[in-house]
Design a protein around this ligand. Structure first.
Ligand code: 5RP
Length: 237
């Protein structure tokens, strides 16, 4: 099975399992993630709205990309600040770049980590859908951890991250000269460690650096993770 096929199967199975287990139901406020695994999850959710299984779903999106997709699929989109949402979601569903054995996660490969974390940390239940390549023993030694920063603070933030033992690279645009600019107008440092670090402690340490907007370690609202095992069965952990 290709990675794309895995993403589609895991995403669709997760949505249907959550509906069956009454963790997704009509009237819910749902945070929708960003990326090539979140896309089939959003599409499958739209399918269940279209076939009448789900009614009155209110979505909060995490990027312009997911907003455009929801508009195309006619999923009603709200802001976290809308009265009807009240700053709290019933569930958030998203992809991941890496997941460790304790279900700590790295996110931000699509530069949407800030709004993804706002949604994930303000949801009653956080759900990750991840193909098997995302499952790792420890975070941040192969995939670079994204850190969203204020552009003006790039040098001091880089020095502070280097003092924590990280090697930093400014994310460059594709078909755009200079750095990637996030949906929030910020820049991204992608950082790598030679040795595994404690992601929970490091999430707090990095977020305490002045000029850091948000870090891509997600350790505080532990998700249910849907992924695929070596027998090509979707599993939940
Ligand atoms: C975007 C993200 C994505 O969820 C993460 O990068 C995984 O992406 P994909 O599903 O395309 O592999 O965090 O900011």
């Amino acid at each position: 099975m290709t990675q794309t096929e895995q993403k589609e199967l895991v995403a669709a199975t997760a949505i249907d399992t959550l509906i069956k287990n009454k963790k997704i139901f009509s009237g819910m406020k749902i945070g929708l993630g960003t990326g090539s695994t979140a896309v089939p999850a959003v599409k499958h959710l739209a399918k269940r709205i279209a076939d009448g299984t789900l009614k009155d779903i209110k979505a909060v999106v995490t990027s312009f990309g997911t907003q455009n997709l929801c508009e195309e699929l006619e999923i009603p989109v709200y802001s976290m600040n809308d009265k009807i949402i009240g700053g709290h979601l019933d569930l958030a569903i998203d992809g991941a770049d890496e997941v460790d054995p304790d279900n700590n996660v790295i996110k931000g490969g699509g530069a949407a980590l800030l709004r993804e974390k706002i949604v994930a940390y303000n949801a009653e239940q956080f759900v990750i859908v991840a193909d098997s390549t995302k499952i790792v023993d420890s975070l941040g030694t192969k995939f670079r951890l994204p850190v969203e920063i204020i552009g003006e603070a790039r040098v001091p933030v880089t020095k502070a991250l280097e003092a924590l033992g990280a090697e930093c690279v400014l994310r460059e645009g594709v078909k755009k000269c200079g750095p990637v600019i996030t949906d929030n107008g910020n820049q991204i440092l992608d950082i790598l460690w030679k040795e595994p670090v404690n992601p929970c402690m490091m999430e707090d340490k990095i977020n305490s650096i002045v000029g850091v907007v948000e870090v891509g370690f997600f350790t505080k609202n532990k998700p249910i993770v849907f992924t695929m095992n070596s027998d090509c069965n979707v599993i939940q952990r």
